[in-house]
Design a binder for this molecule. Sequence first.
Ligand SMILES: [Mg+2]
Length: 323
Amino acid sequence: MKSGKRWEAELVPERRERILIVDDEATNRYFLETALSREYETVLACDGFEAVTLMREKRPDLILLDVMMPGLSGFDLCRMIKSEEPFSEIPVIFLTALDSVEAETEGLEAGGIDFLQKPVNPLLLKLRIGNHLELNRRNRLIREQMALLIIQKEELERAYDKISQIATIDELTGLRNRRFFNSSLTAAISMARRHGQPLSVILADLDHFKLVNDNFGHHAGDAVLAAFGRVLRDTVRAEDIVARWGGEEFIILLQNSDAPSAVLLAERLRVACEDISLEMHGVTVSFGVTELKERDDDESFLARADRAMYRAKREGRNRVAVG
Ligand SMILES: [Mg+2]
């Protein structure tokens, strides 16, 4: 992000600014050129058509425009300039002998930023030109900063999405983490209640997992956890939420599922682990299943699943118990 000081520095023009002087009378062109050429680079055009050519070639920072000219009038030329990107940003000051409210109105409506009567005082002209050029530099800078801000905002949003995703994923298994599960649980419970649908949870705990770490090292332990994570991912439905609850514990939230169908799924998971026993280093899994009851809150719902899982352990492990 650019600091305030930098911002001010960018308002100082990098080069001499260029002024296009458009007037059909040579004496007027000469007068203006003489008045301005010390401070500014001047480009002279004797009619509207030459002005258009020079504008495209020289990209002036400001245009001093006579109104009454043969061919294209100053008003018509101004309307042309204002309708053509990127020239529409160039400030146009009318300099004319016309002295009427109507003329001034037409000039400002055509897109002119100022309307001065001839003969103009050179000092006043320079002050006005200076003001308009500075305003234009500020506007340009604001537009650039806005464009930059939009880009930065998009980058920040992308980074934020990535961080939020990382913050909800368990690194080892690629499953959701406990934090994500907890934040989804409350919403899932109220949705189940609103739609009168059953909601079940399966708590899974790897049996004697500590032995794998102790006997074969942490790499082997991690491999077992990852293997079970894959079993879970391959078995559950897309709408179910699977998370690593912590350590060797995993949890699955089954939307629109009652206890009997949750038991079936748990049983499938149990068998799938036996099928890849080698990969699991012989580790089996105990499951606790429960369905949401009317008086349940998040805590009592999960506590019942936990008790069921411990009963499965007590009853000999590698089994599914319902709470
Ligand atoms: Mg004229």
